[in-house]
Structure formats: C-alpha cells, structure tokens
Write a protein that binds this ligand. Structure first.
Ligand SMILES: Cc1ncc(COP(=O)(O)O)c(C=O)c1O
Length: 440
C-alpha cells in the first residue's frame, strides 16, 4: 500500500455535482460580489443581494415571536429530538394556519415540518427523482431547485416567466416542454426573483394545465402574504381539487427570521392523490433520514402564529410598498436599465440591463461587482437566477428605505452614476461617467 513511506490516499472531493452546485449557487455568487466591496470605503454596505430582511433594523421580527421562542427554550420541554416530520403541535399549527385560506381543512397528517423552506425543496426534489423523471422549473427562478435536482440526478427543464405579461407562467411553453416522464411543475408565488403576485385566474389556469399534463404543482409560498400591490396573495392549494398541490413555505420571510430554520411541506390535495401515489409516505421516509427543524422553534410555532398581531405584518408591507415604489420610479428615469413590471410582492425587483449602452461592462456579474466595488451596494446578478439568455438582469432586494437612509433611491442613483452610456445616438465614445446623474 505504501509507496516509499508516503501514504497513497485514494480519496478526493470526488462528487462533481456537489462542487458545481456549490460554485453556481446564489450564496456563492452573492458572496463573490460582496467580496468586491472596498473595505476602506466609509459608507455602510447595502446588502441587497439576497432576501434576508433581518439584516435591517426596521424588519426585526415581532416581539410575540421572540417571546414565544424564548419561552419555549426556557421551559425545558423542547430539548428532545423531534419526531420525523416534526412535532405534532407544530404540524397541526401549520395545518390550521394554511386551512384558514383554503376551501377545505388540512389535517396534521397532511403537513411535515422542515428545517426551513430550502429543506422542503431538498425533500421534494429527492422524492421525485425516480429514474427518467423530469420536473419543470421557472426561469428566472430560485436556483436551489436546479441545485437540488442536479444533486439527486433529477432532470429539470425550464419554462419561461413572461416579463411582458407581469411575469406570468408561459403555459404554452409548459405544455411544449412536458412529456410522459414529467412529474411536477414548480411555481413561486409571490415570486422570487420577479416580484410578481399571480392572480386567482392565472393560478386556476396553472392548475388546469397541470391536470391536463397529469402532474403535480409544487407551490413555493415562502413569501406568502408578502403582497403589497393590487393583487392579493392566493394560495395555490385553493385549486387542489383540480390538480394535486404540494405547498411549501415557512416563517423565514413573513416573520423575517430565516435563521430560525422552520419551514413546511403541506399536501394541499383534497382528493388525496398524493397519498394514493405514496408521495406523502415517501416524504416521511426522507424525513426519517434527514435533519429536523430545531425542536424549541417547533415548540414555539403555535404561539408565534397565534400571538403575532396584524400590525406587524402591515408595517412590513408598508415599508416594502414604499421601497418598491421608489425603486421602480427611479429605474424608470435611467436609460440602459428597465424594470419590466412594478414589483407587487416577495422582496425583490428584477431589473433588465441593456449592456449595449454600458461602456466596458462585460456582463451582469461584471456590472454587479463594479457596483459593489465603487458604491458598496451588493446586488444579485441575474445569471444565477437563470434569466433567459435573451437579456441581462440583476435583482435588488427592496428591503430598506431607512437603513442606510433611502437606500432604494440611493442604489439607483449609484447605478445611474455607473451607467456610463455610449450615447445611443450612434456616437460610441464613452460619455462622462457622472453625466447620467443629471437624469435622476
Ligand atoms: C423562492 C424561495 N424558496 C425558498 C427559499 C428558502 O427559504 P428558507 O430560508 O426558509 O430556507 C427562499 C429563500 O430566499 C426563496 O426565495
């Protein structure tokens, strides 16, 4: 075995899928952008690259939620291992929470508690990964779906969200992509990264399409109720009679506590198709070999839901509505960037970038790293969100108007400064890089 006294190690970090998924993850790319910030810049860094509201003082979670967690921790009653799929009180609290807006009642057995919504994605992709199966994912989209599908060898195909139609799902595209091996389509509503909220009618059409194709809908509702525009949030489970729906969600966004790692999977499927097809059984099997949500946060969940008053949610929506408004207005005033649709929900705005008008910027990653370097503003390049190759984009988290002061407006102003236009009048000479500030 030994070679001249030198041990011969046979191993290496050998799974290329793990390395590729990690390198191409949203977290890795936003960290790369973040690392470009000039540490000597005295301005505070604006962390608008990912959706973590807890980074902003104005989004501190409800006092009732903090009290519930600390009471659960201090009670000494929640120190044991969780049962697979979550403790019963937490599962039944989620069932009751979701049932409030459904035309039928969920039972405790319809819900499993997960360690955040990302864990729910992991579970669903693994459960669906039978040999030859494929799933349909939205583009632009939340990249965890691709990463998780790739890791478990599940084929994925991307359907488009249509910017000119308020980022609705291209349902003709969905039908064209599906074949006899397609098992599910994923929607994200309210939508990350596009900031849209789907109407009742559009959700009904999605359900009809799923029924026609014989597939389930996985509805990612981690931004449930983060709707501050004209359309109310409607849960996809409302259409569970038409096609089986797996609803995934959690408290990370609505309660603004992503670090508490509490999410769920619910079979919003009144006809019991998911049960008949053993999908629920398979989810439970995965839970048996998986990590669990922290038990004292599960123990606190019934009180978190029951004791958080409406005013907390309303205040958060007021801040986001105003930040979205400012962002949209300011983007509209700058050439080279456009916002196809005014954000109405989630925590993001998608901005199209016309690279042909920008001097010396190679792509969206280059653009975002320069904004970080020069302006200490961290935004997310659209590449990682799998925007169609037709256009470049970046995503801004519309999370703050207070800290740093009026950041949404400040960010766009900074982009304006960077937008060193090659005048679109045929003169390709770079304009004065500060000149576009005058547009603001
Ligand atoms: C669409 C979407 N799904 C799931 C998640 C993950 O949620 P959690 O933090 O609960 O794991 C996120 C987080 O940003 C998200 O944007």
């Amino acid at each position: 075995m030994e070679n001249g006294g030198e041990a011969k190690w046979r191993f290496g970090a050998g799974n290329p899928a793990v390395q590729a998924s990690g390198r191409q993850s949203l977290r890795a790319l936003v960290t790369r952008v973040f690392d470009c910030v000039d540490r000597n810049d005295p301005r505070p860094v604006a962390p608008l690259g990912h959706g973590d509201p807890s980074a902003f003082a104005c989004f501190r979670t409800a006092a009732a939620a903090e009290e519930a967690v600390s009471a659960a921790a201090l009670s000494g009653k929640h120190n044991r291992y969780s049962s697979a799929g979550g403790v019963l009180e937490a599962r039944s609290a989620v069932a009751a929470y979701l049932s409030r807006e459904l035309p039928y009642e969920l039972s405790t057995g319809d819900v499993v508690v997960t360690a955040g919504c990302n864990h729910a994605i992991e579970i669903m992709m693994a459960v669906l990964a039978s040999p030859g199966a494929n799933v349909l994912l939205p583009r632009p989209g939340y990249p965890m779906y691709e990463s998780r599908a790739a890791l478990c060898g599940l084929e994925f195909r991307r359907f488009d969200l249509l910017p000119e139609k308020e980022w609705e799902v291209d349902l003709d595209g969905v039908e064209a992509l599906a074949d006899e091996n397609t098992v599910a389509m994923v929607i994200v509503n309210p939508n990350n990264p596009c900031g849209c909220v789907y109407s009742y009618d559009h959700l009904a059409k999605i359900a009809e399409t799923a029924r026609k194709l014989g597939i389930m809908v996985i509805s990612d509702e981690v931004y449930d109720h983060c709707a501050f525009g004209s359309k109310p949030f409607v849960p996809m489970g409302v259409f569970g009679e038409i096609a089986p729906v797996v609803t995934i969600g959690g408290i990370s966004k609505r309660w603004m506590v992503p670090g508490w790692r509490l999410g769920w999977i619910a079979a919003t499927d009144p006809k019991g198709v998911l049960r008949d097809k053993n999908v629920l059984e398979s989810i439970m099997s995965y839970c048996a070999i998986s990590v669990d949500a922290v038990t004292f946060v599960q123990g606190a969940l019934p009180q978190i839901i029951a004791n958080t008053d409406k005013a907390f949610f309303e205040k958060a929506m007021d801040v986001m509505r105003e930040a979205a408004e400012i962002c949209y207005r300011k983007v509209g005033g700058i050439e080279c960037i456009t916002c196809p649709h005014k954000p109405e929900g989630s925590m993001f705005v998608m901005v199209k970038l016309d690279l042909s008008c920008l001097d010396g910027i190679a792509d969206d990653v280059d653009f975002c790293t320069q904004v970080a370097r020069e302006e200490s503003v961290v935004i997310c390049p659209g590449t990682v969100l799998h925007t169609s190759s037709m256009f470049s984009t970046f995503r801004v988290a519309i999370l703050s108007k207070f800290h740093p002061k009026h950041i949404a407006s400040g960010l766009i102003q900074n982009i304006g400064i960077m937008t060193s236009k090659k005048e679109c009048n045929g003169d390709n000479s770079p304009a004065d890089s500060k000149s576009t500030v005058a547009q603001l």
